[in-house]
Design a protein around this ligand. Structure first.
Ligand code: FRU
Length: 665
């Protein structure tokens, strides 16, 4: 195989204007009959490249041309290495295709400089190869070797690789850190920088959100053994400011009653459960033991369990008489317990899949109706059925009391399910009566299973959701949490509505503020914000549309488009209501002038706020009266641009705050 030099082939457009010419150099494409100077050891590589799928292997796709490196030669068992000749690093990026096993350091592609592994990536337990880029800028001018390793004999004990190219532009955002290298953990290419993620492995619902002893606790649905859902365990992190999280030992592990599904945590101030051993109250967690989801719990139903901690959540003991609530319906789960002071008892909203004998499926079996039951208890151990909320509600009930119009009207209760749809109404300590129809709580694609904190030190009600469904190719972790938002209720013509607004702590992450009043009558075709390449940003934009028909933002390669006719903002195939507003709706801007009057919303404007992280964007319209959550996989060299089309914006202003990472200070 020869190194071929190809020049001037790739042109990359930055912000639609500047063209950058790049050069690339093909290092190896494995199209020949032998490895052309690459040296194989062991037996996994054979004498030359494979031509696609090998015997007994699931179909291999995604390679270039006819040949590739495929070590499924005789199955997973054989091992070995394949090492390139010395390569001069005269371009910054090395891009290649990779697939196969995911064991770090054992089924991988390494780059060696002076005999040391400086970059390493594995496959993703996938027979489809995908592109990966290493940034080798630190080693410019040095000599390196590429080494393909198969050191695993069991399941997924093979590696696939093809088409190694050195170039001046990256084919994907560079994946340049070793996963789970503790020095560089949290800096990976797709790691959100101010949204919580697990160090490694899968994450879903936030669980047990509670404040105690100066710390916010965030437990979370976690698979400690892999990047996909399974082996549900309560992961655990703490923070003193809701921004910087410190991941601790896992709190609740699967047992004979099941794996650990979602639930909540409370501080038992009055020691009603009798679990307290020292001077401080015990933390008590109520969770679902998902019977039948593990070998150990085969044949068991879903029940509700209790665990307690007397050391600020550092270690947990399960109650020896678990379950505290036996099985009721189908897949009962997600208890969200709180203390109701007027009734002097604990309340547990719980999701139940009820079999409905009056509604049969085509096989004559009763269909499941998804509902929320309320149970009460005086000691957290014995629970009594109190009521059932009649409407359809699926998974993870959330239930909080909120002031209306900043406390100028009597407070109301809000009940929601995992999708975020909510009702506002009254609660008498036992049953909830809705006073509004069901309303949408999030207009994006990725908000799910939101939970509110218990026992907060101030009057706020703070919520965190799981940003369900994001993609994080080749990362050691999978899935992120939403940024914490403060909830409030605001009167509207249709009754009280939920308002969500990012917690003001976010200011601690601001590193710079750019505030610009854009020229009056900002014309169509004109762009603003160009060059603000901020990867992490809190961006507010307010405009009085005038004759403009479309106001669009390109935020890191993602288009958000406001349409003057529908008064909606479209993004990622979703539509978010964004009416020309009433300035009194929603929350005020987070922008504070160092001098002069505070930032008051204009009459008849649209107010947008975007929290932009490396792999997510959260949108808050008109002071948080509509919210939308989105996840994305970043593209190369995206910027942030405003584009006005079809007419002029009468008036507009922008505030862009760059944020620093919350993982390191
Ligand atoms: C919601 C959910 C919960 C369940 C948990 C299991 O995302 O399905 O109902 O407790 O996830 O991980």
């Amino acid at each position: 195989m020869h190194s071929v030099l190809r020049a001037g082939l790739v042109s990359l457009s930055v912000l639609g204007s500047v063209a950058v010419l790049a050069e690339e150099r093909l290092i190896a494409d494995f199209e020949g009959s032998d490895y052309a100077g690459w040296v194989a050891t062991g037996t996994a590589f054979g004498s030359g490249p494979a031509h696609g799928t090998l015997p007994e292997q699931a179909p291999v796709t995604g390679f270039r041309g006819q040949g590739l490196v495929n070590t499924y030669l005789g199955g997973d068992k054989p091992i070995g290495t394949l090492t390139s000749p010395e390569i001069e690093l005269n371009h910054r990026y090395l891009s290649f295709l990779i697939g196969g096993g995911a064991e770090e350091g054992r089924t991988c592609v390494n780059v060696l400089v002076d005999g040391q592994v400086v970059r390493s990536a594995t496959g993703r337990e996938d027979e489809t190869l995908s592109t990966l880029t290493f940034d080798l800028g630190d080693y410019a001018g040095k000599k390196a070797r590429i080494q393909i390793v198969d050191d695993v004999t069991g399941g997924w004990g093979h590696i696939l690789a093809d088409h190694f190219v050195l170039s001046d532009t990256a084919a994907t955002p560079p994946y340049f850190k070793q996963p789970l290298d503790t020095e560089t953990l949290y800096e990976e290419s797709y790691r959100p920088q101010f949204h919580f993620t697990a160090q490694k492995g899968w994450l879903n619902d936030p669980n047990g959100l509670v404040f105690f002893g100066g710390e916010y606790h965030l437990f979370f649905q976690h698979n400690p053994k892999g990047r996909e859902w399974g082996n549900m365990t309560w992961g655990h992190a703490v923070s003193t400011n809701l921004l910087e999280w410190n991941q601790l030992e896992h709190a609740l592990h699967p047992d004979a009653l099941g794996t650990m599904f979602s639930g909540s945590a409370v501080v038992d101030w009055k020691n009603t459960g009798g679990f307290q051993t020292g001077k401080e109250p015990a933390l008590v967690a109520l969770y679902t033991a998902a019977g039948g989801t593990s070998d150990e719990s085969k044949g068991k139903p879903f029940t509700q369990g209790l665990a307690f901690s007397n050391d600020r959540g550092r270690t947990w003991k399960k109650y020896d008489k678990n379950p505290v609530l036996g099985n009721i319906g189908d897949g009962d789960r997600d208890p969200k317990v709180f203390w109701h002071e007027p009734s002097k008892h604990w309340v547990m909203p719980l999701y139940i899949g009820e079999k409905d004998p009056s509604n049969l499926d085509k096989n004559g079996k009763p269909k499941t109706r998804n509902v929320c039951h309320f149970y009460t208890s005086t000691d957290l151990k014995q629970w009594t059925f109190a009521s059932k909320f009649a409407e359809e509600l699926y998974e993870c009930p959330g239930f909080v009391e909120l002031p209306v119009d900043r406390g100028t009207k009597p407070s109301k209760w809000v009940l929601w399910g995992a999708s975020g749809e909510y009702w506002v109404g009254r609660f008498d300590g036992k049953s909830f009566t809705a006073e509004t129809p069901k309303r949408k709580g999030d207009f994006g694609s990725n908000a799910y299973a939101a939970q509110a904190f218990d026992n907060l030190p101030d009057q706020r009600v703070i919520l965190i959701n799981w940003m369900q469904g994001g993609k994080y190719p080749s990362m050691p972790f999978n899935q992120q949490m939403g940024f914490p938002v403060e909830l409030s209720l605001q009167s509207s013509a249709e009754g009280p509505r939920l308002v969500k607004w990012p917690i003001s702590e976010i200011r601690q992450l601001f590193t710079s503020v750019l505030h610009e009043e854009l020229p009056l009558n900002f014309p169509a075709g004109k762009r603003a914000l160009s060059g603000t390449n901020a990867e992490l940003a809190d961006l507010e934009f307010e405009f009085i549309p005038g004759s403009a028909t479309t106001v669009a933002f390109d935020l890191r390669g993602n288009r958000f488009e406001w349409n003057a006719v529908s008064q909606e903002l479209s993004a990622f195939g979703r539509k978010v209501p964004a009416p020309i507003g009433n300035r009194n709706l929603g929350r005020r801007s987070e922008f504070r002038r160092p001098w002069g009057p505070d930032y008051e919303p204009w009459e008849k404007s649209v107010r947008l706020r975007f929290l932009i992280d490396r792999t997510s964007i959260e949108l808050f319209v008109n002071g948080g009266t509509a919210a939308a959550s989105f996840c994305f996989v970043p593209k190369v060299a995206p910027g942030n641009t405003l584009i006005v089309e079809g007419g002029e914006l009468t008036r507009s202003r922008v505030t862009l705050r760059e944020l620093k990472s919350a993982w390191k200070y």
